[in-house]
Design a protein around this ligand. Structure first.
Ligand SMILES: [Zn+2]
Length: 332
């Protein structure tokens, strides 16, 4: 995950109003004494999403060690993800490419698992699966890269297990190279040629090259969704109706305490290339209130199966609402 570039420039901004809009202050959250409990929801939700399964994926991914783009550890993680997705009966393909990075060319691989629906039009549910490259400390990205990868794998399993075909096709996409190679957002790259989101930018470019951009109706992106003190705020770049649909669903499930009404100033993530291409997108991310972001402490003990389930349940339960809106819009 990358921080909002505007925030990094804030000492140079003259407009305090712009700064407030772009850089919401970190909520003064203390570490809650206990992680989200089953009793926190009004009722148990039966979406089929198993928080323990998702957590086991995160644990396995972390066990491979730091997983920066191009590393042997990421290749092991990739083999694991692909093996799991195939075991669910999904069609899985990889898209390999060479990215020019500040550290030289790097081989990167996006993973795409497809679930055919009644329509060829597709909704993408995605995460990045690389972790940020650090020389000075060991960074295993339990929440940043791990949690969302495990959650999307479990969402894919649940959807693949359903007997009826969904109204839309679903693509479960795992992007490589979301993280910058340089330490900070402004260290390397420009807005036209950024040092991050390599996989998602390549993916969108491929959609355009193959004339398939119009097939993609929406992107639901997950990133940092497993913190035991889960608190997801509304990403200001995301498409509002998608955020509203997910937040309304969370309230209906009794998960309103974890999908809060404050704003999350993310700035750049894998949804940005989609938004720029005209695809509506939402990013579910806990950045500002996750104290271990891009630190050696982003480890498995910060992750809760219950948090993964809250997010997984909410995404799965919001899909009919999102599908209905997309279907109605295309109607003549
Ligand atoms: Zn990150």
């Amino acid at each position: 995950m990358v921080r909002n570039p505007v925030c990094l420039l804030f000492p140079f901004l003259l407009s305090a109003q712009l700064m407030f809009w772009a850089c919401p202050s970190r909520p003064a959250t203390s570490e809650r004494a206990s992680e989200p409990s089953a009793g926190a929801a009004r009722s148990e939700v039966d979406t089929g999403f198993d928080g323990d399964r998702a957590f086991a994926h995160v644990s396995r991914l972390v066990s491979f060690g730091p997983r920066p783009a191009g590393s042997a550890e990421l290749a092991k993680a990739r083999d694991y993800i692909i093996g799991e997705l195939r075991s669910y009966g999904l069609k899985v393909r990889t898209d390999e490419f060479t990215a020019q990075t500040p550290l030289g060319p790097r081989r990167m691989v996006n993973i795409i698992a497809e679930l055919d629906g009644q329509s060829r039009d597709a909704i993408i549910i995605a995460s990045h699966y690389d972790t940020k490259y650090y020389q000075k400390f060991r960074f295993v990205g339990a929440n940043d890269g791990g949690s969302s990868t495990g959650a999307v794998m479990e969402i894919a399993r649940v959807m693949a297990a359903k007997r009826e075909r969904p109204p839309f096709s679903y693509w479960f996409v795992f992007f490589d190279g979301e993280e910058a190679f340089c330490e900070g957002w402004t260290d390397c790259g420009t807005s036209d040629d950024p040092d991050n989101t390599y996989g998602s930018r390549h993916f969108v470019a491929q959609l355009i090259d193959h004339g398939e951009l119009k097939r993609v109706r929406a992107l639901i992106l997950l990133d940092l969704v497993g913190y035991k003190n889960l608190e997801l705020a509304r990403d200001t770049l995301s498409t509002k109706w998608l955020v509203d649909a997910i937040w309304q669903t969370a309230r209906e499930l009794g998960y309103g305490a974890y999908f809060v009404e404050s704003e999350e100033g993310v700035g750049g993530d894998d949804h940005l290339p989609f938004l720029r291409a005209g695809i509506e997108a939402v990013d579910l991310i806990q950045l500002n209130s996750y104290p271990h972001w891009h630190t050696p402490e982003d480890t498995l003990d910060k992750i809760s199966p219950r948090s993964l389930k809250i997010v997984g349940d909410t995404v799965l339960a919001s899909l009919p609402r999102i599908e209905e809106r997309l279907r109605n819009r295309r109607a003549p």
